[in-house]
Design a binder for this molecule. Structure first.
Ligand SMILES: [Fe+2]
Length: 389
Protein backbone atom coordinates (compact mmCIF):
# COMPACT_ATOMS: atom_id res chain seq x y z
CA UNK A 1 0.00 0.00 0.00
CA UNK A 2 1.25 3.49 -0.81
CA UNK A 3 2.64 5.62 1.99
CA UNK A 4 1.25 9.16 1.69
CA UNK A 5 4.25 11.11 3.00
CA UNK A 6 2.75 14.55 2.39
CA UNK A 7 -0.19 16.08 0.59
CA UNK A 8 -0.13 14.81 -3.00
CA UNK A 9 3.31 13.18 -2.65
CA UNK A 10 3.12 9.44 -3.01
CA UNK A 11 6.02 7.23 -1.92
CA UNK A 12 5.71 3.62 -3.01
CA UNK A 13 8.31 0.90 -2.32
CA UNK A 14 9.72 -0.55 -5.55
CA UNK A 15 8.38 -3.93 -6.55
CA UNK A 16 10.96 -6.62 -6.05
CA UNK A 17 11.68 -8.96 -8.92
CA UNK A 18 11.24 -12.66 -8.26
CA UNK A 19 13.86 -14.01 -5.87
CA UNK A 20 15.06 -10.58 -4.80
CA UNK A 21 15.96 -10.05 -1.15
CA UNK A 22 16.54 -6.29 -1.40
CA UNK A 23 14.62 -4.19 1.10
CA UNK A 24 15.20 -0.69 -0.20
CA UNK A 25 14.18 1.66 -3.03
CA UNK A 26 10.93 3.55 -3.62
CA UNK A 27 9.28 5.57 -6.36
CA UNK A 28 7.91 9.03 -5.69
CA UNK A 29 5.09 10.76 -7.55
CA UNK A 30 3.32 14.05 -7.09
CA UNK A 31 6.34 16.24 -6.49
CA UNK A 32 7.76 19.05 -8.64
CA UNK A 33 11.46 19.51 -7.92
CA UNK A 34 11.38 22.91 -9.64
CA UNK A 35 9.00 24.11 -6.93
CA UNK A 36 9.77 22.12 -3.82
CA UNK A 37 8.33 23.67 -0.69
CA UNK A 38 9.82 22.97 2.72
CA UNK A 39 7.13 20.50 3.75
CA UNK A 40 7.66 18.45 0.59
CA UNK A 41 11.44 18.62 0.96
CA UNK A 42 11.21 17.30 4.52
CA UNK A 43 8.89 14.51 3.38
CA UNK A 44 11.30 13.69 0.56
CA UNK A 45 14.23 13.64 2.99
CA UNK A 46 12.37 11.31 5.34
CA UNK A 47 11.50 9.06 2.39
CA UNK A 48 15.10 9.03 1.18
CA UNK A 49 16.53 7.98 4.53
CA UNK A 50 13.77 5.39 4.91
CA UNK A 51 14.17 3.84 1.45
CA UNK A 52 17.83 4.76 0.61
CA UNK A 53 17.14 5.17 -3.13
CA UNK A 54 14.24 7.16 -4.59
CA UNK A 55 13.09 7.29 -8.20
CA UNK A 56 11.23 10.60 -8.51
CA UNK A 57 8.95 10.41 -11.50
CA UNK A 58 7.99 13.05 -14.08
CA UNK A 59 10.77 15.62 -13.74
CA UNK A 60 11.10 16.25 -17.48
CA UNK A 61 11.38 20.02 -17.04
CA UNK A 62 13.71 20.09 -14.06
CA UNK A 63 16.14 22.99 -14.32
CA UNK A 64 19.77 22.00 -13.64
CA UNK A 65 20.11 24.84 -11.12
CA UNK A 66 17.09 23.46 -9.22
CA UNK A 67 18.72 20.03 -9.19
CA UNK A 68 21.81 21.58 -7.62
CA UNK A 69 19.59 23.38 -5.07
CA UNK A 70 18.08 20.03 -4.09
CA UNK A 71 21.54 18.62 -3.32
CA UNK A 72 22.41 21.74 -1.34
CA UNK A 73 19.22 21.50 0.75
CA UNK A 74 20.42 18.18 2.12
CA UNK A 75 23.57 19.91 3.38
CA UNK A 76 23.11 23.68 3.75
CA UNK A 77 26.59 24.15 5.28
CA UNK A 78 28.45 22.40 2.43
CA UNK A 79 30.61 24.27 -0.07
CA UNK A 80 28.34 24.76 -3.09
CA UNK A 81 30.48 23.00 -5.68
CA UNK A 82 30.48 19.59 -7.32
CA UNK A 83 32.09 16.93 -5.14
CA UNK A 84 34.74 15.81 -7.61
CA UNK A 85 36.46 19.19 -7.44
CA UNK A 86 36.95 20.67 -10.87
CA UNK A 87 40.50 21.33 -11.94
CA UNK A 88 41.94 18.16 -10.45
CA UNK A 89 43.92 16.03 -12.88
CA UNK A 90 44.70 12.42 -13.66
CA UNK A 91 47.68 12.79 -11.35
CA UNK A 92 45.41 13.43 -8.35
CA UNK A 93 42.25 11.53 -9.32
CA UNK A 94 43.62 8.57 -11.31
CA UNK A 95 40.99 6.77 -13.38
CA UNK A 96 38.25 9.08 -12.09
CA UNK A 97 39.72 11.90 -14.18
CA UNK A 98 40.38 9.80 -17.24
CA UNK A 99 37.35 11.39 -18.89
CA UNK A 100 36.72 15.15 -18.72
CA UNK A 101 33.97 16.60 -16.51
CA UNK A 102 31.38 18.82 -18.17
CA UNK A 103 29.52 21.16 -15.86
CA UNK A 104 26.19 22.43 -17.19
CA UNK A 105 26.48 26.21 -17.54
CA UNK A 106 24.59 28.14 -14.89
CA UNK A 107 23.75 25.01 -12.89
CA UNK A 108 26.09 25.63 -9.97
CA UNK A 109 27.77 22.26 -10.41
CA UNK A 110 25.56 19.69 -12.14
CA UNK A 111 27.64 17.48 -14.41
CA UNK A 112 26.61 15.96 -17.72
CA UNK A 113 27.59 12.30 -17.81
CA UNK A 114 26.75 9.62 -20.31
CA UNK A 115 27.78 8.22 -23.63
CA UNK A 116 27.63 9.27 -27.26
CA UNK A 117 26.66 12.47 -29.04
CA UNK A 118 24.80 14.93 -26.83
CA UNK A 119 23.38 17.13 -29.58
CA UNK A 120 24.13 20.57 -30.94
CA UNK A 121 23.24 22.30 -27.70
CA UNK A 122 22.66 20.32 -24.52
CA UNK A 123 21.73 22.89 -21.86
CA UNK A 124 24.47 25.18 -23.19
CA UNK A 125 27.06 22.45 -23.85
CA UNK A 126 27.71 22.52 -27.60
CA UNK A 127 28.36 19.51 -29.84
CA UNK A 128 29.69 17.24 -27.12
CA UNK A 129 30.37 13.56 -27.60
CA UNK A 130 30.88 11.66 -24.35
CA UNK A 131 32.59 8.42 -23.60
CA UNK A 132 31.68 7.06 -20.16
CA UNK A 133 34.23 5.57 -17.78
CA UNK A 134 34.55 1.92 -18.77
CA UNK A 135 34.85 -1.18 -16.59
CA UNK A 136 37.91 -1.98 -18.72
CA UNK A 137 39.81 0.67 -16.72
CA UNK A 138 38.80 -0.83 -13.37
CA UNK A 139 38.59 -4.60 -13.82
CA UNK A 140 41.28 -7.25 -13.57
CA UNK A 141 39.47 -9.45 -16.08
CA UNK A 142 37.48 -7.18 -18.43
CA UNK A 143 35.17 -8.21 -21.21
CA UNK A 144 36.34 -7.91 -24.79
CA UNK A 145 34.99 -5.27 -27.16
CA UNK A 146 33.07 -8.00 -29.00
CA UNK A 147 31.46 -9.23 -25.75
CA UNK A 148 30.45 -5.69 -24.83
CA UNK A 149 29.00 -5.09 -28.31
CA UNK A 150 26.94 -8.28 -27.97
CA UNK A 151 25.15 -7.00 -24.86
CA UNK A 152 27.33 -8.54 -22.15
CA UNK A 153 28.26 -6.16 -19.36
CA UNK A 154 29.86 -5.78 -15.94
CA UNK A 155 29.21 -3.52 -13.00
CA UNK A 156 31.87 -0.87 -13.60
CA UNK A 157 32.63 -0.62 -9.87
CA UNK A 158 30.54 -0.29 -6.74
CA UNK A 159 31.42 2.86 -4.88
CA UNK A 160 30.12 5.88 -3.04
CA UNK A 161 30.65 9.35 -4.49
CA UNK A 162 33.40 11.69 -3.40
CA UNK A 163 37.13 12.20 -3.70
CA UNK A 164 37.54 11.40 0.03
CA UNK A 165 40.97 13.06 0.35
CA UNK A 166 40.42 16.46 1.96
CA UNK A 167 36.65 16.27 1.63
CA UNK A 168 33.96 13.97 2.89
CA UNK A 169 31.67 11.93 0.63
CA UNK A 170 28.41 13.63 -0.30
CA UNK A 171 25.35 12.91 1.80
CA UNK A 172 23.24 12.37 -1.29
CA UNK A 173 23.71 12.12 -5.04
CA UNK A 174 21.09 13.14 -7.59
CA UNK A 175 20.96 11.67 -11.06
CA UNK A 176 18.47 12.91 -13.62
CA UNK A 177 17.78 10.68 -16.58
CA UNK A 178 17.51 12.87 -19.67
CA UNK A 179 18.07 10.30 -22.41
CA UNK A 180 18.29 6.51 -22.20
CA UNK A 181 19.97 4.22 -24.74
CA UNK A 182 17.52 2.14 -26.76
CA UNK A 183 17.98 -1.62 -27.09
CA UNK A 184 17.45 -5.03 -25.52
CA UNK A 185 18.45 -5.75 -21.94
CA UNK A 186 22.12 -6.27 -21.18
CA UNK A 187 23.40 -9.27 -19.22
CA UNK A 188 25.69 -8.44 -16.31
CA UNK A 189 27.74 -11.43 -15.21
CA UNK A 190 30.46 -12.16 -12.68
CA UNK A 191 32.11 -15.26 -11.31
CA UNK A 192 34.32 -14.25 -8.39
CA UNK A 193 32.95 -17.07 -6.21
CA UNK A 194 30.48 -18.80 -8.53
CA UNK A 195 28.82 -17.87 -11.83
CA UNK A 196 26.20 -15.13 -11.32
CA UNK A 197 24.23 -12.96 -13.74
CA UNK A 198 21.39 -10.49 -13.96
CA UNK A 199 19.57 -8.95 -16.90
CA UNK A 200 18.68 -5.24 -16.87
CA UNK A 201 17.74 -2.40 -19.21
CA UNK A 202 20.67 -0.66 -20.90
CA UNK A 203 21.96 2.47 -19.17
CA UNK A 204 20.89 1.32 -15.71
CA UNK A 205 22.59 2.01 -12.39
CA UNK A 206 22.88 -0.79 -9.82
CA UNK A 207 22.73 -0.41 -6.04
CA UNK A 208 23.49 -2.46 -2.97
CA UNK A 209 22.39 -1.48 0.52
CA UNK A 210 25.22 -1.36 3.01
CA UNK A 211 22.61 -1.58 5.78
CA UNK A 212 21.71 -4.97 4.34
CA UNK A 213 25.41 -5.80 4.20
CA UNK A 214 25.77 -4.88 7.88
CA UNK A 215 22.86 -7.16 8.69
CA UNK A 216 24.56 -10.05 6.90
CA UNK A 217 27.38 -9.94 9.48
CA UNK A 218 27.35 -12.20 12.52
CA UNK A 219 26.72 -10.56 15.91
CA UNK A 220 30.42 -10.84 16.70
CA UNK A 221 31.38 -9.26 13.36
CA UNK A 222 28.87 -6.47 13.91
CA UNK A 223 30.50 -5.64 17.22
CA UNK A 224 33.92 -5.51 15.57
CA UNK A 225 32.61 -3.38 12.69
CA UNK A 226 30.88 -1.02 15.15
CA UNK A 227 34.19 -0.33 16.89
CA UNK A 228 36.57 -0.36 13.92
CA UNK A 229 37.84 2.20 11.42
CA UNK A 230 39.34 2.32 7.94
CA UNK A 231 41.53 4.84 6.27
CA UNK A 232 41.85 5.69 2.59
CA UNK A 233 45.24 6.49 1.13
CA UNK A 234 46.15 10.08 0.32
CA UNK A 235 44.97 10.94 -3.22
CA UNK A 236 43.26 7.54 -3.07
CA UNK A 237 42.26 7.20 -6.72
CA UNK A 238 45.81 7.89 -7.88
CA UNK A 239 47.22 5.61 -5.16
CA UNK A 240 45.32 2.57 -6.49
CA UNK A 241 47.91 2.33 -9.27
CA UNK A 242 47.57 -0.91 -11.21
CA UNK A 243 45.21 -2.60 -8.73
CA UNK A 244 41.89 -3.65 -10.21
CA UNK A 245 38.51 -4.83 -8.97
CA UNK A 246 36.99 -8.28 -9.34
CA UNK A 247 34.41 -9.13 -11.99
CA UNK A 248 31.53 -8.20 -9.66
CA UNK A 249 32.90 -4.65 -9.45
CA UNK A 250 32.93 -5.22 -5.69
CA UNK A 251 36.19 -6.09 -3.95
CA UNK A 252 39.75 -6.26 -5.17
CA UNK A 253 41.52 -8.75 -7.40
CA UNK A 254 44.82 -10.18 -6.19
CA UNK A 255 46.98 -8.59 -8.84
CA UNK A 256 48.38 -5.10 -9.27
CA UNK A 257 50.37 -2.63 -7.23
CA UNK A 258 49.51 0.58 -5.43
CA UNK A 259 51.74 3.63 -5.85
CA UNK A 260 54.33 4.30 -3.16
CA UNK A 261 53.11 7.26 -1.06
CA UNK A 262 56.22 9.23 -2.01
CA UNK A 263 55.25 8.99 -5.69
CA UNK A 264 51.85 10.64 -5.13
CA UNK A 265 51.22 14.34 -5.72
CA UNK A 266 51.97 16.44 -2.64
CA UNK A 267 49.65 15.57 0.25
CA UNK A 268 49.16 16.33 3.92
CA UNK A 269 48.06 13.98 6.67
CA UNK A 270 45.34 16.34 7.95
CA UNK A 271 43.40 15.63 4.75
CA UNK A 272 43.57 11.85 5.20
CA UNK A 273 40.56 10.88 7.31
CA UNK A 274 40.01 7.86 9.48
CA UNK A 275 36.42 6.76 8.91
CA UNK A 276 34.23 4.53 11.03
CA UNK A 277 33.57 1.17 9.40
CA UNK A 278 29.86 1.59 10.15
CA UNK A 279 28.07 4.81 9.28
CA UNK A 280 24.85 5.77 11.04
CA UNK A 281 21.98 7.08 8.96
CA UNK A 282 21.65 10.76 9.97
CA UNK A 283 17.86 10.38 10.11
CA UNK A 284 17.01 6.80 11.09
CA UNK A 285 20.20 5.76 12.92
CA UNK A 286 20.36 2.65 10.73
CA UNK A 287 23.85 1.05 10.63
CA UNK A 288 25.60 0.75 7.27
CA UNK A 289 28.86 -1.12 6.61
CA UNK A 290 30.35 1.60 4.46
CA UNK A 291 33.82 1.10 3.04
CA UNK A 292 35.43 1.90 -0.31
CA UNK A 293 37.38 -1.26 -1.18
CA UNK A 294 39.73 0.10 -3.84
CA UNK A 295 41.12 2.92 -1.74
CA UNK A 296 41.35 1.28 1.69
CA UNK A 297 44.90 1.74 2.88
CA UNK A 298 44.61 0.79 6.56
CA UNK A 299 42.20 -1.08 8.83
CA UNK A 300 41.98 -0.33 12.55
CA UNK A 301 40.17 -3.33 13.99
CA UNK A 302 38.76 -3.28 17.51
CA UNK A 303 36.41 -5.79 19.10
CA UNK A 304 35.15 -3.44 21.82
CA UNK A 305 35.33 0.28 22.61
CA UNK A 306 38.13 -0.15 25.16
CA UNK A 307 39.78 -3.20 23.63
CA UNK A 308 43.16 -3.30 21.87
CA UNK A 309 43.35 -1.98 18.33
CA UNK A 310 44.85 -4.11 15.56
CA UNK A 311 46.32 -2.07 12.71
CA UNK A 312 46.35 -3.84 9.35
CA UNK A 313 48.40 -2.25 6.59
CA UNK A 314 49.20 -5.29 4.51
CA UNK A 315 47.33 -5.03 1.20
CA UNK A 316 46.73 -8.74 0.86
CA UNK A 317 45.42 -9.07 4.41
CA UNK A 318 43.05 -6.13 3.87
CA UNK A 319 41.92 -7.54 0.54
CA UNK A 320 41.12 -11.00 1.87
CA UNK A 321 39.37 -9.62 4.97
CA UNK A 322 37.22 -7.19 3.03
CA UNK A 323 36.37 -9.52 0.14
CA UNK A 324 35.13 -12.12 2.58
CA UNK A 325 32.61 -9.55 3.85
CA UNK A 326 31.64 -8.29 0.39
CA UNK A 327 31.10 -11.80 -0.98
CA UNK A 328 27.97 -12.03 1.14
CA UNK A 329 26.19 -9.34 -0.83
CA UNK A 330 27.70 -9.70 -4.34
CA UNK A 331 24.73 -11.83 -5.36
CA UNK A 332 21.84 -11.10 -7.73
CA UNK A 333 19.28 -11.23 -4.93
CA UNK A 334 20.93 -8.32 -3.09
CA UNK A 335 21.52 -6.07 -6.10
CA UNK A 336 18.79 -3.59 -6.99
CA UNK A 337 18.54 -2.01 -10.43
CA UNK A 338 15.71 0.51 -10.24
CA UNK A 339 13.64 1.16 -13.34
CA UNK A 340 14.67 4.55 -14.67
CA UNK A 341 12.82 6.31 -17.47
CA UNK A 342 13.56 9.60 -19.19
CA UNK A 343 12.41 12.38 -16.88
CA UNK A 344 13.10 10.42 -13.69
CA UNK A 345 15.41 11.75 -11.00
CA UNK A 346 17.15 9.11 -8.93
CA UNK A 347 18.44 10.25 -5.56
CA UNK A 348 20.34 8.07 -3.15
CA UNK A 349 21.74 8.10 0.36
CA UNK A 350 25.44 8.10 -0.50
CA UNK A 351 26.28 7.08 3.07
CA UNK A 352 24.03 4.00 2.98
CA UNK A 353 24.35 2.43 -0.47
CA UNK A 354 27.03 1.64 -3.02
CA UNK A 355 26.24 2.15 -6.68
CA UNK A 356 27.70 1.15 -10.02
CA UNK A 357 27.25 2.13 -13.63
CA UNK A 358 26.58 -0.62 -16.18
CA UNK A 359 27.87 -0.32 -19.74
CA UNK A 360 25.82 -0.97 -22.87
CA UNK A 361 26.59 -1.48 -26.56
CA UNK A 362 27.45 1.71 -28.45
CA UNK A 363 24.89 0.66 -31.07
CA UNK A 364 22.10 1.44 -28.56
CA UNK A 365 22.68 5.18 -28.98
CA UNK A 366 23.36 8.05 -26.61
CA UNK A 367 22.81 8.30 -22.89
CA UNK A 368 22.49 11.66 -21.14
CA UNK A 369 22.39 12.04 -17.36
CA UNK A 370 22.64 15.08 -15.11
CA UNK A 371 24.59 14.13 -12.02
CA UNK A 372 25.30 16.09 -8.86
CA UNK A 373 26.93 15.48 -5.52
CA UNK A 374 28.60 17.92 -3.17
CA UNK A 375 31.18 17.10 -0.52
CA UNK A 376 29.57 16.80 2.90
CA UNK A 377 30.15 19.55 5.44
CA UNK A 378 30.51 16.89 8.16
CA UNK A 379 32.10 13.47 8.46
CA UNK A 380 29.89 10.39 8.69
CA UNK A 381 29.30 9.31 12.27
CA UNK A 382 29.78 5.77 13.51
CA UNK A 383 28.38 3.91 16.51
CA UNK A 384 31.59 4.37 18.54
CA UNK A 385 32.77 7.81 17.55
CA UNK A 386 33.24 10.07 14.55
CA UNK A 387 35.94 10.22 11.91
CA UNK A 388 39.09 12.08 12.81
CA UNK A 389 41.21 14.11 10.48
FE1 LIG B 1 29.20 7.46 -8.71
Amino acid sequence: MADIAAKEMEVRPLQNSQGSLTNFGASVRGVDLNNLNEADFLALKKALYTHSVLVIKDQHDLLPAKQFDLNARFDPDAQPTHGLGYGKTLKELGNLAKKPFYSIPGSGGVTLVGDGYQGEDHFGLKNLSLSAISHVDFHADPLTDAELASGQARFVNFHFDGIIYGSHPSRVTTFRCVRTPKGPNVTVSWNDISPQAISCPPGSTAFISTAQLYNLLTDEEKTTADNSYWQPAPHPFAWTGSRRVRSSGLGMAATGQTLPLEDLPEWSSDKVYKYPMVWLSPVTGERCFQMFPEVTHKLYLKDSPLGPERLIEDYEEIRVWLNEVLDRIAKPEYIMVPPCEEGDVVIWNNWGVLHSAIEFPASYGSRSMHQCHIASSTAPVGPATTATG
